[in-house]
Design a protein around this ligand. Structure first.
Ligand code: UDP
Length: 489
């Protein structure tokens, strides 16, 4: 393990406080630490407390000079005894933006006075969704970079929000636009996006009739004010995967580094193993259960850390999975069903006894997803297409059934199905029959599924090559490291 060296930069990492952001940021933290940088990783107090509860104090105690600090998230504290749950993304975006600048400034000043072998902060790498930090860094005379954790195609879509407003597509005229075919409007003027891109392929935040919509406003600020003010941009993707989108991003933000897929090659799992980022506790029965199944036989079902479902949708998925016949590993987070508290059983009658207890399905509240995807028994992933999940699936060579929930997940879904050839889209309102048919298509031995499997294996190889020595992402990471190492403060 590397130790921070005197004279090396001190990088402050500021992820947006949600699972899909904290995880790639911790991978970046380890990659920088492995290169002997001083690293301070900033969690919100809320997430810090969750990490301590789920993983124990070691997860945030720091190790080998990789330190953890906290700032408040600006939201009112949860009521005493409240269960751990994903915070309201809208409220969190607004609150971090409003209260974050003061907290970040104070933290950087405090670290500057810390002494004890800790050099002053010489570079800030903030989440694209915490873009305010770039201006704080600038005011303090420190370089500020932004790490956007979505895909390049997702970021490119966000970079076009301003145009969507200027050209009159957003806000929507009225609520009929959600259902009257307006979402199928083609936008052939968007440079770098997939041919035939439609409004429905843009992050779902544009689906608003409010001219002052918080998420549209914040995303436009991030694209028009924050990103151009940054010294550089980091993306967790690789050139071969998103060439056209990247070219369009580079035309606007020339100092962009593609460093993905961040993961084992840049910071092996064995590196500082006490430092892990899951906000939920993993169920450790998954590996043994998967061991009992044939290669590629299991469908893995997981909709990430934010998706919420109705009881009715859970019931339809359960019936569809039962009817499709493939073994499945299904993750239902404890906070996933918002109306779960009324005591009635969540799953259809007989499902637990016949399907789960019969051994054909394993249901857990959270798992080590990357380990599940890497397991030889996992043959398909029914996913919400969050960027981490999509990329982790490509890295593992596993094809996708796509059921996007919100944000740029719809963009990732379109690319997975049409550009990368690894996905089948499932309608938002899919009922049991559609679920059954889609699962049979992916897990059955048909030609379409075989073609997706071949494409997924090709992407697996390309992803590995990108982060192998001499690969595009590996070289970019080294260029970024060299660039921030030149900074003296
Ligand atoms: N994840 C996990 N176990 C689970 C569910 C999710 O480890 O049971 C991880 C997953 O590997 C990914 C992240 O949580 O790294 C979810 O990020 P993603 O961008 O896919 O979706 P989000 O949660 O932001 O919607």
């Amino acid at each position: 393990m590397a130790s921070p060296e005197p004279g090396k930069p001190h990088v402050l990492l500021l992820p947006y406080p949600a699972q899909g952001h904290v995880t790639p940021f911790l991978k970046l933290a380890k990659a920088l630490h492995a290169r002997s940088f001083h690293v301070t990783f900033v969690n919100t107090e809320y997430n810090h407390a969750r990490l301590v509860r789920t993983r124990g104090p070691a997860a945030v105690a720091g190790a080998g000079g990789l330190r953890f600090e906290t700032i408040p998230d600006g939201l009112p504290p949860p009521p005493p005894g409240a269960a751990d749950a994903t915070q309201d993304i809208w409220a969190l975006c607004e609150a971090t933006r409003r209260t974050g600048p003061g907290h970040v400034r104070e933290l950087v000043e405090r670290l500057g006075r810390a002494g004890g072998g800790v050099p002053p902060v010489s570079c800030v790498v903030a989440d694209g969704a915490m873009g305010f930090a770039v201006h704080v860094a600038r005011e303090m005379g420190i370089p500020g970079y932004l790490f956007f954790t979505p895909s390049a195609c997702g970021l490119l879509a966000y970079l076009n929000f301003d145009q969507l407003v200027k050209r009159g597509y957003v806000p929507f005229k009225d609520e009929s636009c959600f259902t009257n075919g307006y979402l199928d409007t083609r936008l052939d003027w968007v440079a770098g996006m997939i041919a035939g891109v439609r409004l429905r392929d843009f992050p779902t935040f544009i689906r608003t009739t409010d001219a002052d919509d918080v998420m549209v406003t914040i995303n436009i600020k991030q694209s028009e004010l924050d990103a151009p003010a940054a010294d550089g941009i980091l993306l967790n993707t690789f050139d071969d995967l998103e060439r056209a989108a990247l070219d369009a991003i580079l035309a606007r933000l020339p100092n962009t580094f593609t460093v993905g897929p961040l993961g084992p090659e840049v910071s092996p799992a064995s590196y500082l193993p006490s430092l892990t980022s899951s906000l939920w506790k993993e169920d450790d029965r998954c590996a043994a259960w998967l061991d009992g199944h044939a290669d590629g036989a299991v469908l893995y079902v997981n909709f990430g850390s934010i998706t919420v479902m109705t009881r009715e949708q859970i019931g339809e998925f359960a019936r569809g999975l039962a009817a499709a016949g493939s073994p499945f590993l299904w993750v239902v987070r404890p906070d996933m069903v918002r109306d779960a508290g009324d005591g009635a059983p969540l799953l259809p009658e007989g499902f637990e006894e016949e399907v789960v207890a019969g051994g054909r399905g394993l249901m857990v509240g959270w798992c080590d997803q990357e380990a599940v995807l890497r397991h030889r028994a996992t043959g398909g992933f029914l996913s919400h297409c969050g960027w981490n999940s999509t990329l982790e699936s490509l890295v593992a060579g596993v094809p996708l059934l796509c059921w996007p929930f919100f944000s740029e997940q719809v963009t990732n879904c379109r690319y997975a199905c049409e550009e990368w050839g690894v996905g089948v889209e499932m309608a938002r309102e899919a009922g049991r029959r559609e679920v059954e048919a889609a699962v049979k298509e992916l897990m059955g031995g048909g030609e379409r599924a075989a073609a997706m499997r071949r494409r997924a294996s090709e992407w697996k190889e390309k992803a590995a090559a990108a982060v192998a020595p001499g690969g595009s992402s590996q070289r970019n990471l080294e260029s970024f490291v060299a660039e921030i190492a030149r900074v003296k403060r």
